[in-house]
Design a protein around this ligand. Structure first.
Ligand code: ZN
Length: 326
């Protein structure tokens, strides 16, 4: 029989995406003890809060200390309100207060990349380093920066929007109106789009065959084709890796991190992506010979990063740790 009392240090972490919501229950040591997921409902804050409440209850939310929620948009660090989320269909909602009312627990809300960065800082590839940055290559590009052991939120909570750093001045047009933003030039979606284009141009290639099978997404097909020696798939990963290195160098020049972490699906390509990123990073970092090396490494956490990080951030904030300071 499970204890009816709150388990100190246990928390539920929720990662809200545009299409699905993933939730995990995490022990004080950061181990996932249960998980649940469902489709992202409707287009209103009330429907989203209802869905989060159900997931928390499903994971034994009456027996945890806190709930953390990562949101795909800009979150006001002071109030926990959602300011803007292009994929959710609503904005300007006081989500932290609404979720706290629904679950009856202390709740932390933050940007999804920020909570993923917290997972890497606390228990992942950046453990032990108080200055670090994570970029996640996904549908877009997420970024979270830890400075002096705290998440960098800026004066409003909107810091670390590296997706709109220019990495390729002649690159594709971004929804923000500029050309060559990192998020449209070197994200997971970029790899998938370039892969589909290359496959269409060369239907007899290994890449075209793998995409044509339809059993994996185009980005995964690029990685697999590159491993199989497909020249264009290798070139796509090299291009995206190189532009990622450009963005990482900008982050390092500004924040002077001890480590830079790259996450998201494309990291499955390993050195095929990271090696060109390191070359380009070293070329563009200011005075690399006069500073200690800054490792560029793969994230430890995969698809769970956001949910685990949200749970850890909730626990740390409830405990009054340094994460609680915006
Ligand atoms: Zn942009």
């Amino acid at each position: 029989m499970t204890s009816p009392f709150p388990t100190p240090g246990e928390a539920v972490g929720v990662d809200v995406g545009a299409t699905k919501i993933a939730a995990v229950r995490v022990t004080a040591e950061g181990t996932v003890s249960a998980r649940a997921r469902r489709a992202t409902p409707g287009r209103t804050a009330h429907e989203l809060v209802g869905a989060i409440g159900e997931l928390v209850a499903q994971l034994g939310g009456d027996r945890v200390a806190a709930v953390g929620v990562g949101l795909p948009g800009m979150v006001d660090a002071r109030t926990g309100a959602l300011a803007f989320a292009p994929g959710l269909g609503f904005a300007r909602a006081p989500l932290r207060a609404m979720i706290a009312d629904a679950v009856g627990l202390p709740v932390v809300t933050d940007n999804d990349a920020n909570v993923a960065a917290w997972a890497e800082y606390r228990l992942g590839a950046g453990r032990g380093h108080d200055h670090q940055a994570l970029v996640t290559l996904g549908t877009g590009l997420g970024c979270g920066v830890v400075v002096a052991g705290r998440l960098l939120r800026g004066s409003h909570g909107f810091a670390a929007e590296a997706s709109h750093l220019t990495v390729d001045p002649l690159g594709p047009l971004c929804e923000c109106g500029k050309r060559g933003c990192w998020g449209v030039s070197a994200s997971g979606a970029t790899i998938a789009a370039l892969g589909r284009r290359a496959a269409a141009a060369r239907p007899a290639s290994l890449l075209a065959g793998l995409i044509g099978e339809g059993s994996r997404d185009a980005g995964e097909a690029v990685t697999e084709a590159a491993r199989g020696g497909d020249a264009e798939a290798l070139e796509i990963l090299e291009r995206v890796g190189t532009l990622t290195g450009t963005g990482l160098a900008a982050l390092a020049n500004v924040f002077d991190p001890a480590v830079l972490i790259v996450g998201g699906g494309p990291v499955a390509a390993g050195e095929l992506l990271l090696a060109p990123a390191r070359v380009s990073f070293a070329q563009q970092l200011y005075s690399p010979g006069d500073r200690p090396p800054v490792p560029v490494v793969a994230a430890r956490f995969g698809a769970d990063a956001g949910a685990i990080g949200a749970a850890l951030l909730a626990v740390d904030t409830a405990a009054g740790g340094p994460a609680a300071v915006p």
